[in-house]
Every structure is written in structure tokens, then in C-alpha cells.
Design a protein around this ligand. Structure first.
Ligand code: PLP
Length: 404
């Protein structure tokens, strides 16, 4: 994704072509970038060939999931709906893990019927529920237990999941209790120890702490896990300030861990696979001048891209068409929704914009379309996938008549 003769270009497709043909806002993905990210992710850990289960909640577009499947990944799902769409994308059930703190009985029944790789359980009560379903089907069910390692991921507090005050996982004491119970169960097969400490993690040190916690526990309980599921969370460079996650160090840490433990590694990456593969194109509706900064009111809003409103996340914004004019402005990019938090970014030194210009909101592939809603009865945007210079519509823009 770069400028070609001052026009923002995805692979070989200049985006002025897209806005001539489609309404905005519109999500636009690069097939090449998705494939590259998967290859790179795999190469980072090739010495131990991990099972890579793409986190479906980060992006659940069926065509994207099919593409991910073609590139050999499995899926990490957190609901029956996600499990259904992963299967529909053709992902083998033996490459699917099911996480989440509140899986209902009917969701668990469905997962057990589909013979997925693992149900990663997050509470004692849930383990008992799985056992009762397994018993009723006279089946032995493969499970993992998600440990809460009480590790600070040093990320936004809203997306931190591995501290003891977070709702996720089981603490060490309970873990040891349920382990004894499971060992004597005829219907449960504990295959995996799992963790996931948070998202958009850029510092590798929390992962070292997490591995230390796992090592200590494994030593204490003296149990052989067929799998250790390390979750996802690896961050991406949203600000283009070169703060990058150090995969080399993470790989070394895991290799060291594997010298002491003979086990297979599972990863559940979402953002690191899909985050920087898409942009959201939006059109300036009005410009409202203000004393210090002008409001750029665009046709995308928090319902299309929720992360800024939800977490205070920042996504870079760039013009679709670069001009060489010298004037630089301070702008507040806002959407039309009746909420003060419906604001994408305040930025200075932006080129002067005019009404009807187009802007690009960057790195929206993860938790972009999957978190979108119909708030204010706004239809969800179309999604397109670019391959070379070809545009494939992978989701049509919702029609108002279908949501009213
Ligand atoms: C959300 C989630 C992931 C993916 O996290 P990313 O930061 O997108 O890599 C993986 N595992 C679990 C259990 C999750 O809830």
C-alpha cells in the first residue's frame, strides 16, 4: 500500500478507480499483504512448526477466512457463529480451537458434535458442563484449560486479559484442583494448557513472564500437555514509528521453553495477520471551521470502525490524493454519529482538504468490520479484496431495507 503518482494504491489498484465505482465508506483489503503476513508469521517460528489458528473475531469475513484457510491456517473461535463460519470457510474441524469465558450449553454441544481440536475452558463450572455433555453422548472430549497467568501485557487496559483482576482464565490454585478432577474423569481428556494475555502487545517481555509462569506450573503439576496454546496478541505498527514486535526474541524464548517441554505449540494470532492488510476509504461530507482546528466530517463513523471510540485507539489517516500544496492544517476527523466519541483522530500538518475529497483510514483489517454495527441505523460498509489490479466484492454494502 503506497502512493503511485500521488494516488493511494493497494497492490496494483489505484483507489480513485474504487471511489468512482463504489459508495463510501468501504473496507478495502490487499490479498497479497494477507498472504505475505501469513508466510512471515509462519517463517518466524518455522523451527517448531506451530499450529496457527487465526482469531476469527479479528475478522470474520467469509471470503477472508477462505483465503486464510487456503494458506493453511486453522481458526480460533469464540462463539457458535464463529465456529459455523470457520467450518463454512472450509477450515478443518481438527484445526479449530474454541475459547471464551461464557460458552453456553448449546454452543458446547455444537462444538462437541463437530469434533473440534480443543475446547479451551475458562472455569470449573464450564468443565463440569462439558463433562456432562460428553457423558450424555458417551464420548471423551479433548479440552484445554486457559490459565490466568497474572501477567501484565503492558498494552491498553481495555485489551489486557492476563491479569488476575481480568475475567479470563483459571487461576493456578483452581487449575491444580480441576486437574485432579479431570484426571479421574472418563469423559474429559486434558490435552492443552492455554494462555492469552492481551492484544496489541509490542513488548516481548510480558511473553517471557508468561512462559515462566507456564514453566513453573508445569513443573509443579508434572503433567504432559500435548499442546501449549500461547494465544495471540502480537502487536502491529499502527503509528509507523517503527515500534515493532520482536518475533526473533519471542521465537528464541519459545525454543528454549520447548527444550524443557516436549509439546506442540498453538498460536491464535488475529491482528498480526490481518491488521495492516486493509484500509477504510471515506469521503469528506462537510468541513466545519473552528478557531483552533477544523472539523472534517467524514461519511465513516464509529459504527464502521469502533476502535477509536471503544479503546481510544489511533489509526493514521492519509489523503487518497496527495497534493503538493504547502498549507498544513490541524484537523479533527469525526463521523456523523450523535456521540462525542465518534471521532477518529486529531492531527496537525495535514494537507488542506476540501469537501468531497477522500481520505484513507489505515490498518483497519483487525477488529474493523468485525466490530462494526448498525448504530444510528447505518448500513455496514461494503468490503472489497484487491488482487493485482482486480477488485473482488467480498461483502456487499448492507441495504437499509434489510435492516429496517
Ligand atoms: C482475541 C483473541 C485472540 C487474538 O488476539 P490478537 O491480539 O488479535 O492476536 C487470540 N486468542 C484469544 C483467546 C482471544 O480472545
Amino acid at each position: 500500500m503506497k502512493y503511485n503518482k500521488n494516488i493511494f494504491t493497494v497492490d496494483k489498484c489505484k483507489l480513485n478507480k474504487v471511489v468512482k465505482k463504489f459508495e463510501t465508506p468501504i473496507f478495502c483489503y490487499s490479498e497479497k499483504k494477507i498472504t505475505e503476513n501469513i508466510i512471515n508469521f509462519r517463517n518466524n517460528f518455522k523451527s517448531f512448526s506451530p499450529v496457527i489458528c487465526f482469531s476469527t473475531k479479528s475478522n470474520c469475513n467469509l471470503e477472508i477466512l477462505k483465503l486464510i484457510k487456503r494458506n493453511g491456517l486453522g481458526a480460533d473461535v469464540v462463539s457458535k457463529g464463529e465456529l459455523m463460519i470457520a467450518l463454512k470457510a472450509g477450515i478443518n474441524s481438527k484445526k479449530i480451537v474454541f475459547s471464551g469465558v461464557g460458552k453456553t450449553r448449546s454452543e458446547l454441544i455444537y462444538a462437541i458434535e463437530k469434533n473440534i481440536l480443543l475446547i479451551n475452558s475458562e472455569s470449573k463450572s464450564e468443565i463440569l458442563e462439558i463433562e456432562s455433555i460428553a457423558k450424555s453422548k458417551n464420548k471423551k472430549v479433548d479440552i484445554g484449560i486457559r490459565l490466568n497467568p497474572n501477567t501484565d501485557a503492558k498494552t491498553l487496559k481495555q485489551i489486557s486479559t492476563g491479569k488476575k483482576e481480568n475475567k479470563f482464565g483459571i487461576n493456578e490454585k483452581t487449575f491444580i484442583e480441576v486437574l485432579e478432577y479431570i484426571k479421574s474423569s472418563k469423559f474429559l481428556n486434558l490435552k492443552c494448557l492455554s494462555v492469552h494475555i492481551g492484544s496489541q502487545i509490542l513488548d516481548h517481555k510480558p511473553y517471557q513472564k508468561m512462559l515462566n509462569v507456564l514453566q513453573k506450573l508445569i513443573k509443579k503439576i508434572d503433567y504432559n500437555f500435548e499442546y501449549i496454546d500461547l494465544g495471540g496478541g502480537m502487536g502491529i505498527d499502527y503509528n509507523k514509528d517503527n515500534k515493532k514486535f520482536n518475533y526473533k526474541k519471542y521465537n528464541q524464548m519459545i525454543k528454549k521453553f520447548l527444550k524443557k517441554n516436549k509439546t506442540k505449540i498453538i498460536f491464535e494470532p488475529g491482528r498480526s495477520i490481518i491488521g495492516d492488510t486493509a484500509i477504510l476509504i471515506s469521503k469528506v461530507i462537510y468541513i466545519k471551521e473552528n478557531s483552533k482546528k477544523d472539523f472534517i466530517i467524514v461519511d465513516a463513523a464509529m459504527n464502521d470502525l469502533m476502535r477509536p471510540a471503544l479503546y481510544g485507539a489511533k489509526h493514521r489517516i492519509v489523503p487518497l490524493k496527495k497534493t503538493n500544496k504547502k498549507t498544513k492544517k490541524t484537523y479533527d476527523f469525526v463521523g456523523p454519529i450523535c456521540e462525542t466519541t465518534d471521532k477518529f483522530l486529531t492531527t496537525n500538518k495535514f494537507q488542506k482538504l476540501n469537501e468531497k475529497d477522500y481520505i484513507i483510514i489505515c490498518d483497519v483489517g483487525a477488529y474493523g468490520s468485525s466490530l462494526s454495527s448498525n448504530y444510528n441505523i447505518r448500513p455496514k460498509p461494503a468490503e472489497i479484496l484487491i488482487r493485482g489490479s482486480k477488485i473482488n466484492v467480498i461483502k456487499k454494502r448492507q441495504k437499509l431495507k434489510d435492516i429496517i
